[in-house]
Design a protein around this ligand. Sequence first.
Ligand SMILES: *[C@@H]1O[C@H](CO)[C@@H](O)[C@H](O)[C@H]1NC(C)=O
Ligand SMILES: *[C@@H]1O[C@H](CO)[C@@H](O)[C@H](O)[C@H]1NC(C)=O
Ligand SMILES: *[C@@H]1O[C@H](CO)[C@@H](O)[C@H](O)[C@H]1NC(C)=O
Ligand SMILES: *[C@@H]1O[C@H](CO)[C@@H](O)[C@H](O)[C@H]1NC(C)=O
Length: 307
Amino acid sequence: RAMLFLLLPLLAALFQGGFEESISYHLMQTSSFYNHSWVHVGSGWLGELQTHRWNSSSNAIIYLYPWSRGNFSNKELMYVERLFQLYFNEHQDYYISQLMFKGEFPFIVTAGCELHSGKGFLGFKQVALQGQDFMSFQNETFLPSPEGGEKAQEACKLLNFNEAYTQRLHRLLSDTCPRFTLGLLDAGKAHLQRRVKPETWLSSGPSPGPGHLLLVCHVSGFYPKHVWVMWMRGELQEQEGTQRGDILPNADGTWYLQATLDVAAEEAAGLACRVKHSSLGGQDLLLHWGGKSGTQAGDGGISSSRV
Ligand SMILES: *[C@@H]1O[C@H](CO)[C@@H](O)[C@H](O)[C@H]1NC(C)=O
Ligand SMILES: *[C@@H]1O[C@H](CO)[C@@H](O)[C@H](O)[C@H]1NC(C)=O
Ligand SMILES: *[C@@H]1O[C@H](CO)[C@@H](O)[C@H](O)[C@H]1NC(C)=O
Ligand SMILES: *[C@@H]1O[C@H](CO)[C@@H](O)[C@H](O)[C@H]1NC(C)=O
């Protein structure tokens, strides 16, 4: 645990705003049945950042960043890789063929650990049934979910029967996973702590009604994820009608957000979109809604300026 406290300031900086949600590492497997056989896709995630992938043709871990090995030795990484090979190639087909998914529904397995609580987690969902829980794993035991019905009970009985397997899984989740995650956070510090400034621009969306405009403020390519965007009148008056979209991932690991405001056309003048982000060094961006296009401050059109 000592290492966790040393890393807390770093973690707090990284996960600004969302820090209470804590830091987790998880593996995700999605399996679907296609042309008479199962296709398994595996990936590894540090919070919302993908750090690993499973190469199913070579049966090997793909490290997406130079620091994706954390502080594990090659020996330890090869041991983990070997476990996944067994899991994907032998266990998987065995358990699936035994009983679980004769219905051939796609399913998702998520397994990992959460640093704050020190807890491991594993969940099994069936995609076809509105993502219903099927079973979970707690303290060396698979537990059927009520929604999983008889099938889940049978599956758990089968899995729990193999004690060597459940003990190994428990160790992986409660020991290997948190150790690996701490090493990963430390090794990836420079990448995780980086700050990337957003690009911002304004546009108008589809008209919400006669005489109305939909003002759209685009904020793109920023990192970390935490951002504040608001439509303002002048510099001070926040517009309560601002609608924030979801923060969406860009392919390069940065984020995108848009904030819209529905206004009567004659009230649009004097409105501005204000953006606060940790990459801006305390200087908010302010984009003024104008009539003309253009992005230079002071040309009387849509302009952006620092506050
Ligand atoms: C389906 O699998 C069979 C053999 O397993 C293969 O011959 C065929 O080309 C595959 N079809 C498609 C569409 O992938
Ligand atoms: C996955 O493995 C195959 C076969 O060894 C290899 O050709 C391919 O380059 C690998 N893919 C990645 C992304 O490493
Ligand atoms: C976890 O399971 C082990 C063995 O089954 C048991 O000894 C231990 O008390 C359990 N711990 C908790 C917190 O339930
Ligand atoms: C990696 O770092 C973690 C956290 O500092 C530590 O607990 C662990 O012993 C280190 N080494 C390995 C091989 O896990």
